[in-house]
Design a protein around this ligand. Structure first.
Ligand code: TTP
Ligand code: MN
Ligand code: MN
Ligand code: MN
Length: 421
């Protein structure tokens, strides 16, 4: 029996960028429930609701202990009525009806399948669903013309929906490093995104490239990309050039949040040989259903969403039992090729903007959003991944490190491993 008067309520600061949020925390079940509703809102093109659930989840991730009663949540920021109902449901019943029915809903499942195609966003998926397209076969049968990204996405669907491991990220890092120094000696490559925050798996690998001499990085991306193409490392790439300096609002205006670096969205062809040296867990399938059949390393998953193993861990033979994926595998037996497709993002930044780019590309997405919100509302500053503009002083604030940016913003420095909001 809990005496409400004796319960000590938790306390956390309002902005996620004021909190230290490690990958491991004490409220996974609650945060996962809210994150699923956030994901569903984002997939439904309701970004406002998505952010609200993400913020609520980030509050729970920051708590020093597991939540056991609603009274502990009194006075916490970012917990709206809807999030509180979900939390109460989980505390009372072990699960939230809304979350469980969302997971089971045809619409959510179709949105997941269709946006699982690289190049397909929430809007495109919604349009297809309104035409009755819920599966990859239905999409293929519909005769819709797909753009180049979507064609690549469909072709490498299974690989790209298999989490990228840290070992694979490191193997790709070595290739990128080699490409970059071959075309511009002295240039530097930094791993960003989730892997810089310490994640052990991700949906892609993100790299930031610069050169210590300002200006030397200009035009670097096309050279890196053609080196990679020539060596046969790219299955797909789309490069966009730097539009920061020539953009209409120009550097004299507060920078917008839109990133204008030279960047490349790509799909790498990673030889399985390249990660063979790395230690792989014997059996780390989270579902526990990953097991071997005599003489055949086949994963007998029945729920394709629950196998977290990469093809490398399964020897490439994880035959996921989803009907649509099953059919795709008949045309392309993913398990019998000596390589896998991996999404890679490359960004080139001039060294004068490097700290801002590093901060902006390390994430998490909510952490980034909260940093910009803090800058604008609390400090009258505009933060982008290019610069920090002080509206009161009417000037840009320089920074050579992330620490300096946090200092300009009046925030305690939060290391990458604690930006997992
Ligand atoms: P993602 O690669 O989408 O996410 P992630 O690396 O945190 O997680 P995952 O393991 O699923 O890959 O984005 C990485 C960071 O890059 C994130 O903070 C958002 C940021 N970013 C963009 O994605 N696009 C942009 O235009 C800018 C400026 C930043
Ligand atoms: Mn703790
Ligand atoms: Mn990433
Ligand atoms: Mn990315």
């Amino acid at each position: 029996q809990i005496n409400e008067a004796e319960v000590v309520a938790f306390s956390v600061p309002s902005y996620a960028c004021q909190r230290r949020i490690a990958l491991d925390h004490h409220n996974t079940v609650l945060a996962d429930a809210l994150s699923l509703l956030a994901e569903n809102a984002e997939l439904s093109d309701e970004d406002g609701r998505g952010v609200a659930f993400r913020r609520a989840a980030a509050v729970l991730k920051a708590l020093p202990r597991q939540v056991t009663s609603m009274a502990q949540l009194k006075g916490l920021p970012c917990l709206g009525g809807h999030s509180l109902r979900v939390i109460k449901d989980v505390l009372d019943n072990g699960a939230s009806d809304e979350v469980e029915s969302t997971k089971r809903s045809e619409r959510y499942k179709a949105l997941k399948v269709l946006t699982g195609i690289f190049g397909v966003g929430a809007k495109t998926a919604a349009r297809w669903i309104s035409e009755g397209i819920h599966t990859l076969q239905q999409l293929q049968a519909s005769g819709h013309t797909l753009n180049r990204a979507q064609q690549a996405g469909l072709e490498h669907y299974d690989d790209l929906n298999q989490p990228v491991t840290k070992a694979e990220a490191d193997a790709i890092g070595e290739i990128v490093e080699k490409a970059v120094v071959s075309v511009l000696p002295g240039a530097q490559v930094t791993l960003t995104g989730g892997f810089r925050r310490g994640k052990l798996a991700g949906h892609d690998v993100d790299f930031l490239i610069t050169h210590p001499e300002e200006g030397r990085e200009e035009g670097l991306m096309p050279k890196v990309v053609s080196w990679l193409v020539k060596q046969g490392f790219l299955l797909y790439q789309k490069t966009t050039r730097n539009s920061y300096l020539e953009s209409k609002d120009g550097p004299a205006q507060p920078p917008s949040n839109i990133d204008r670096f030279e960047r490349c969205f790509s799909i790498f062809k990673l030889e399985k040989q390249a990660t063979k040296q790395a230690e792989m867990p014997e059996d780390s399938c989270s579902f526990g259903a990953h097991r071997q059949v005599e003489g055949d390393d086949t994963c007998l998953q029945t729920d394709p969403q629950s196998c977290s193993l990469s093809p490398i861990q399964t020897g490439g033979l994880c035959r996921r039992a989803s009907s649509e994926e099953g059919q795709l595998e008949e045309t392309e037996p993913a398990g019998h090729k000596p390589w896998r497709a991996v999404r890679v993002d490359l960004v080139v930044s001039p060294v004068s903007q490097f700290a801002f780019a590093l901060l902006g590309w390390t994430g998490s997405k909510l952490f980034e959003r909260e940093l910009r919100r803090w800058a604008g509302y609390e400090k009258a500053m505009s933060l982008s991944s290019h610069a920090l503009y002080d509206n009161n002083q009417g000037r840009y604030l320089r920074a050579a490190s992330e620490e300096e940016i946090f200092a300009h913003l009046g925030l305690e420095y939060i290391p990458p491993s604690e930006r997992n909001a």
